[in-house]
Design a protein around this ligand. Sequence first.
Ligand code: GTP
Ligand code: MG
Length: 220
Amino acid sequence: MEAHDQFDFLFKIVILGDAGVGKSSLLLRYADELFNPVYINTIGVDFRIRTLLVEDKLIKLQIGITVRVLTFQWDTAGQERFRNITASFYRGSHGIILTFDLSNKESFLRLDKWLAELERNVGHNVIRVMVGTKSDLVSRREVSYTLARAYSEKMKLAYAETSAKLNLNVDELFLYMAKEILTKVKLGLIDTNDKKISEETQTVSVVNTETEKPRKKSCC
Ligand code: GTP
Ligand code: MG
């Protein structure tokens, strides 16, 4: 058995949100400890793996991004194809990170649409966190903490603000997700059929740049 096969649970997390809000940057920061100021939009599906220790359990997080789904719009022939990809990408997910850009109010206003998309595709036990990105852009901020927080409470979502650039709240976000999912798994509310999920995701990957970065991290 290879080292990266040794884990207790595999949790699948999906990052959603409008184009350019910083989904890839969040993933790159968490998985590779990098930040790239140059915007390269992701086409298709991308994911990374990182392993961490939570309550004595070695948890492998498979974190994926899906893009060009709502932004692809309704009127093209490609819609059906992208919808199918999205549906299989969501399947088996344990956690959803719903992102918007704190310096772009439009991306915040579109959370309604993303939540409707989620309603159609994921079950109620899936952990959902709403995340305001780019918290370092203080002077360009268009969405106040109070407004975002009120919306998240209305939608019954946890809320966090992150900066991939300054590495603020990023580790905490994924640790929170892992802990919440683990709690649900222990209560028997979520299934973790690990190997199967991994294979499923690979079949829908258009861009597959999985990297393996095992790392032990104590909780809290
Ligand atoms: P798509 O793949 O097109 O959906 O975009 P995305 O959501 O993956 O956005 P991406 O991570 O590529 O980031 C878009 C731009 O925002 C890039 O120029 C990033 O450098 C920048 N960006 C992302 N996160 C942050 C952040 O925390 N702070 C600042 N200042 N810029 C950020
Ligand atoms: Mg991207």
